[in-house]
Design a protein around this ligand. Structure first.
Ligand SMILES: Cc1cc2nc3c(=O)[nH]c(=O)nc-3n(C[C@H](O)[C@H](O)[C@H](O)COP(=O)(O)O)c2cc1C
Length: 201
């Protein structure tokens, strides 16, 4: 039996749907259990093969149409982004039956000051990842060849491997699943103004 979509459901209106999606993405940053806390990052590698992996959504700044994640400078995703900075981010919020597909341009942070501010605020456990001896993804002959340095008194070892990636949104595609008919839309971003368009789901 198909159920009606409630009249006030945000997905029924292009503008309300976008605001709902953006505020739900913001929740992904602050609520660790939220489905949008993790997004699937898609890149193209040097051989033009698609590569995907989970990343934690660390920041949403709507004034700049920005989504941010943290990573290791030595990782393959950084090589991919240096080669081609067109990326995608994909998420599914189960409670709202909402899929978001985001196309963006990735920029690797260059300000040491910004990186240092974030590094100083990070949980010790998060900093540990960056103290691994070799580049993530490097082949090793034994798992014992992988080790993590102890944190130094100044808490700075590993900082040289840490970076953040700022993803500037070009477009957002949304899909709300409804038993009475799914609703799909695409929003194109120009100078932080999103123009929406319904799509056939
Ligand atoms: C739940 C979860 C969260 C993750 N968050 C991040 C993250 O925020 N940043 C990151 O670089 N890798 C993160 N990873 C690891 C990546 O998915 C990936 O395995 C790793 O970064 C290597 O990717 P690459 O070789 O494509 O660069 C996460 C993995 C999982 C399972």
């Amino acid at each position: 039996m198909s159920r009606e979509i409630p009249d006030d459901h945000p997905s029924l209106d292009l503008k309300k749907a976008l605001n709902f999606v953006l505020s739900t993405l913001e929740k992904g940053v602050t609520e660790r259990g939220h489905d949008f806390h993790l997004l699937v990052l898609g890149t193209l590698d040097e051989e033009n093969n698609p590569q995907t992996r989970n990343v934690v959504l660390r920041k949403v700044d709507l004034s700049q149409s920005l989504l941010r994640f943290h990573t290791d400078k030595r990782s393959n995703k950084i090589l991919d982004i240096k080669n081609n900075n067109s990326i995608s981010l994909l998420g599914y919020d189960k409670s709202n039956k909402l899929q978001v597909r985001i196309m963006a341009r990735a920029e690797i942070e260059s300000s040491q000051e910004t990186l240092l501010d974030i590094w100083s605020d990070m949980y010790p456990m998060s900093r540990e990842c960056y103290r691994v001896n070799d580049a993530p993804g490097k082949a090793v002959s034994s798992k014992d060849d992988v080790f993590f340095e102890e944190e130094g008194a100044d808490k700075m070892n590993g900082f040289e491997n840490f970076t953040i990636v700022n993803c500037y949104i070009d477009s957002i595609e949304t899909l709300f699943l409804h038993s009475s008919g799914h609703l799909r839309a695409k929003y194109q971003n120009e100078n932080n103004q999103f123009t929406g368009q319904w799509l056939v789901p």
